[in-house]
Design a protein around this ligand. Structure first.
Ligand SMILES: C[S@@+](CC[C@H](N)C(=O)[O-])C[C@H]1O[C@@H](n2cnc3c(N)ncnc32)[C@H](O)[C@@H]1O
Length: 377
């Protein structure tokens, strides 16, 4: 059940944070039924109105740009608190989910008391998080649990033990299963079990299975305070799911996500110099640019995993399948299944980062739906 929330409350611990812009009503952007495809029809059915549902409560830790929390909200989990160390990430979540309290904080300094106080209740149904994955990611250093960022995963389970929500959701990169020959994964699972005492369910999901036009694998751990009947999702459910799955496609083609983007928020086309444009022009769809190692999307297949696109490594935005340029923030968001009304705050690099780090909201929606069903009993 929900308790009192502190809507609009944002704790700004970092002094250099600019004042937050005034809250605006989140617009609902319609996609024309006539011109759109099954994926866009499905996406446009996930309106801000769904966020009003309040059957369950949840806290989002390491929230990033809010992909996980958005999908859970669509499944009926009202986000009471969203917390991350990066102010602009929290700003994005609170901008789009105005009922959530934003908490800008280093997770190592978080306590169950601070989270309950920000949530306005000690009765929390779900705590969800994807602690930093660089330590485990095959794209990052493989220092795993002994890396300070790996230790954040342990902190997460300590917070679960203190908060005692009815359920928790932990997600991470598949590299988590294999680093150090699987020893880190065994240690983490053992730690989660011993620290929380929860009933654990483990799975590996790929977003393409759910009609999302992007290949993205995630390891999922769902824990329940009391043992209950839970099964990992296997197919898309909800609005237009049947239509999406009946199209005869093994997987949604990326071009479905890249149509009708003109005029949408966060759709700012990056201009390249003549040499880069000529190079991108010459790369066939599905192939890689040998100079900057950027992949050109094949329009007829799901895209590769959308990356964070940082100068510190971790890949760049993919090249558009038709135009000789990298995809925009909005196009990356579409491939990740963020609806068009969801706006990303911060600088361009920061926006790409939020999207590249995110759990696809419509994957989180499927997980949330199964968790909700299990909690209903
Ligand atoms: C993989 S991303 C989470 C993505 C998010 N679950 C989503 O679906 O959009 C991990 C997040 O952890 C945050 N983070 C890293 N170190 C942190 C720390 N010490 N305390 C709090 N958040 C931290 C990062 O800023 C990043 O947003």
């Amino acid at each position: 059940m929900l308790g009192r929330t502190q809507a609009g409350y944002v704790q700004q611990r970092l002094l250099d944070l600019e004042p937050l812009p005034a809250r605006r009503a989140v617009p609902h952007i319609e996609v024309s039924e006539q011109q759109s495809n099954p994926f866009l029809r499905r996406l446009s059915a996930f309106t801000p109105g769904l966020l009003e549902s309040a059957e369950f409560s949840h806290i989002g830790l390491f929230c990033g740009g809010g992909g996980l929390d958005l999908g859970l909200a669509f499944a009926g989990f009202r986000c009471l608190v969203a917390s991350d160390i990066v102010p602009q990430f929290v700003e994005t979540v609170v901008h789009n989910m105005p009922h959530a309290a934003g908490l800008v904080e280093d997770a190592m300094a978080l306590t169950a008391g601070a989270l309950s106080s920000a949530a306005g209740t000690t009765e929390i149904d779900l705590v969800a998080a994807g602690p930093p994955c660089q330590a485990f990611s095959i794209l990052g250093r493989r220092g795993a649990l002994d890396d300070p960022r790996g230790r954040l995963a342990l902190k997460y389970f300590e917070l679960i033990a203190d908060l005692r929500p009815r359920a928790f959701l932990f997600e991470n990169v598949p590299g988590l299963l294999t680093t150090n020959g699987g020893a880190d994964w065994r240690r983490l699972q053992g730690f989660a079990k011993d620290t929380t005492g929860y009933d654990l369910h483990v799975g590996k999901l790929n977003s393409v299975t759910f009609g999302i036009p992007q290949v993205r694998e995630r390891v999922i751990v769902v824990g329940f305070r009391e043992p209950c009947c839970f099964r990992m999702p296997m197919i898309a459910t909800g609005p237009y799911a049947k239509e999406l799955m009946q199209e005869g496609h093994l997987a949604s083609p990326s071009i479905w996500a890249l149509q009708q983007v003109e005029g949408l928020p966060n759709h700012n086309i990056r201009l390249h110099g003549d040499r880069v444009t000529a190079r991108y022009h010459a790369i066939a769809p599905g192939m890689r640019d040998k100079t900057d190692h950027t992949d050109r999307i094949d329009p007829n297949r799901p895209s590769g995993t959308v990356l964070v696109g940082s100068s510190a490594g971790g890949g760049r935005p993919h090249i558009h399948p038709i135009e000789p340029r990298v995809i925009t923030v909005r196009e990356a968001a579409r491939l990740q299944s963020f609806p068009d009304w969801y706006v990303f705050r911060g600088t361009g690099t920061n926006q790409y980062r939020q999207i590249g780090n995110a759990v696809p909201p419509l994957l989180a929606y499927e997980l949330g739906s199964r968790i909700a069903a299990a909690l209903r009993g």
